[in-house]
Write a protein that binds this ligand. Structure first.
Ligand SMILES: [Zn+2]
Length: 411
C-alpha cells in the first residue's frame, strides 16, 4: 500500500512537535487524579475546546453511580468525573471510536505535579505518557483527518473518560454502548519504551472481603472476642492456595485494613485482592473459585465475611478482527518507516472493555514513553508526530477503501 496519495495529508502533521509538547505540558500541569473532580472538570474544558476547534460536536456524559467498600467495611458511594464525548459525521455508516482518559493516578496532594523537559529532551511529568500526550496524538490525527478529502466517508467518535485508572466503573456502560456502534477502536495508552504495542491483554478482577467478628478488651474479656483479622488470615491462606493451580491465573492479596489498637480484639478487617488471567476460561475459573472458597472456608466461630466486586476487565485476545487490525497497523507503520511489533501484557485498559463489546481495537496508539504510574513518568516528544501519522494513516487507509475493515468480534 503506497502512501503517495496521502503524502500531503500526512505532511500536514510535520512541524507540530513543539506545539504538541507545549499542549502536553499544559495539560500535565493540571492535576487530574481520578478523585480530583475539579481538576478533571478543568481537563474536560480543555479537551472540549481543543476537539471542538478541530471540528467535533461535544457532549458531557455524567458518570454512572459507583460504590466502594471503605476501610471500615462500609459500602459508600463514590462520585467520579464526567466523560467527554465528541462526534464527527454522526450519521456515517462506518465509524471509528477513539478513546482515552482524562484521569491520572496522581492525587491532588501528590508531590509529582510539574512537567519539565530534561536535558536529554525527554518530557517528564504526570500523565505526559499516560495519557495526556496520547490525547494530543489523538487530537492531531483526528484534526488532520477531518481536514482531508476523506473526512466525509466515515464517522469518528471520541470518548475521554475520567475514571480509567480505577477501572472505568463509572464509564463502562458508555464505552460498551459506543463500542457497539463502531467498526474499530483506537485507544491512546502509551506504547512500551521501545515502541512495542500491547497485543493480547490479561483480564482483571477486583474483590473486597469485609470480615466481621466481635470486639472485646484484650485483657479483661479476651475469650469473648471474635478476631476478624484472624478470620481474614484464614480466608486469605485458602484463597492463596488457588495460585499456581492454573497457568496464567494469579491472585494478589494486595491491601489489608483492620484493628484499632493492640489491646482490642479486632471486629472488622477489610482485605482487597486483584486477579489476572490471560484466558477467559481461566478468569471465569478463578472468579468461581474465589466465590467457592469464600463459601466453604471456616473463618472461626462467630466470624463472617462479605464479598464485593468481581471481574471488571474481561480478557482481550489477539484474534479475529483485532488480529486483522494489527496487520493493518503494521502495514501503516511499515509505510511510515515505523517498525511495529506487539507483545502480550498482564496489564489491562479500556481496550479490554471495547473488545468485550465486540469492537476490534488497538490500544497503545499513544506516545512512546515509560515509568508510568510513577514519579519518573516520561515521554519522548520526537514520537508525537510519527504516532499521530500512524493513526492518521490507519484512518486514511480505511476511509479511502484501500484497506478492508476488520470484522467485528464474536461476543
Ligand atoms: Zn492510561
Amino acid at each position: 500500500m503506497p502512501t503517495s496519495d496521502f503524502d500531503s495529508i500526512l505532511g500536514s502533521l510535520d512541524g507540530l512537535t513543539e506545539q504538541m509538547t507545549d499542549r502536553t505540558m499544559r495539560w500535565s500541569a493540571i492535576n487530574s487524579g481520578t478523585a480530583n473532580l475539579e481538576g478533571l472538570a478543568q481537563m474536560a474544558d480543555e479537551v472540549t475546546a481543543a476537539f471542538t476547534e478541530a471540528g467535533f460536536e461535544a457532549e458531557r456524559v455524567p458518570p454512572a453511580p459507583v460504590t466502594e467498600v471503605n476501610d471500615k467495611g462500609d459500602v459508600v458511594e463514590i462520585v467520579r468525573g464526567e466523560a467527554c464525548v465528541f462526534r464527527a459525521n454522526p450519521t456515517a455508516n462506518r465509524r471509528i471510536l477513539m478513546t482515552g482518559h482524562l484521569d491520572t493516578v496522581f492525587p491532588k496532594n501528590s508531590h509529582f505535579q510539574t512537567p519539565v523537559i530534561r536535558d536529554d529532551g525527554t518530557l517528564h511529568g504526570p500523565g505526559v505518557a499516560d495519557m495526556k500526550g496520547g490525547i494530543c496524538v489523538m487530537l492531531e490525527a483526528a484534526r488532520a483527518f477531518l481536514n482531508s478529502p476523506y473526512a466525509d466517508n466515515i464517522g469518528i467518535d471520541v470518548i475521554l473518560n475520567a475514571d480509567e485508572e480505577t477501572g472505568s466503573h463509572a464509564s463502562a456502560a458508555l464505552l460498551a454502548r459506543m463500542a457497539k456502534e463502531a467498526d474499530i477502536g483506537m485507544v491512546y495508552e502509551p506504547a512500551l519504551p521501545d515502541g512495542t504495542l500491547a497485543g493480547a491483554r490479561a483480564g482483571s478482577g477486583h474483590y473486597t472481603f469485609t470480615v466481621r467478628g466481635l470486639a472485646a478488651h484484650a485483657g479483661r474479656e479476651f475469650d469473648k472476642g471474635k478476631n476478624a483479622i484472624l478470620g481474614a488470615a484464614r480466608l486469605m491462606l485458602a484463597i492463596d492456595e488457588l495460585n499456581g493451580v492454573r497457568d496464567g491465573a494469579t491472585i494478589n492479596i494486595g491491601v489489608i485494613d483492620g484493628g484499632v489498637a493492640t489491646n482490642v480484639v479486632p471486629d472488622t478487617c477489610v482485605v482487597r485482592i486483584n486477579v489476572r488471567a490471560r484466558k477467559t476460561e481461566d478468569l471465569n475459573w478463578v472468579d468461581a473459585e474465589i466465590r467457592r472458597v469464600h463459601e466453604e472456608t471456616d473463618l472461626g466461630d462467630g466470624i463472617t465475611a462479605e464479598l464485593h466486586g468481581g471481574v471488571h476487565r474481561p480478557v482481550k485476545e489477539m484474534k479475529g478482527g483485532t488480529a486483522e487490525l494489527f496487520q493493518l497497523v503494521k502495514k501503516a507503520g511499515g509505510d511510515l518507516g515505523i517498525g511495529i511489533d506487539w507483545a502480550p501484557t498482564g496489564g489491562c485498559c479500556d481496550g479490554n472493555n471495547l473488545a468485550d463489546a465486540g469492537l476490534p481495537n488497538v490500544d497503545t496508539l499513544g506516545v512512546v514513553g515509560g515509568k508510568i504510574h510513577s514519579d519518573q513518568e516520561y515521554a519522548h516528544p520526537e514520537s508525537f508526530v510519527p504516532r499521530a501519522k500512524l493513526s492518521l494513516l490507519i484512518m486514511l487507509l480505511l476511509a479511502s477503501g484501500k484497506a478492508p475493515w476488520p470484522k467485528r468480534l464474536d461476543v
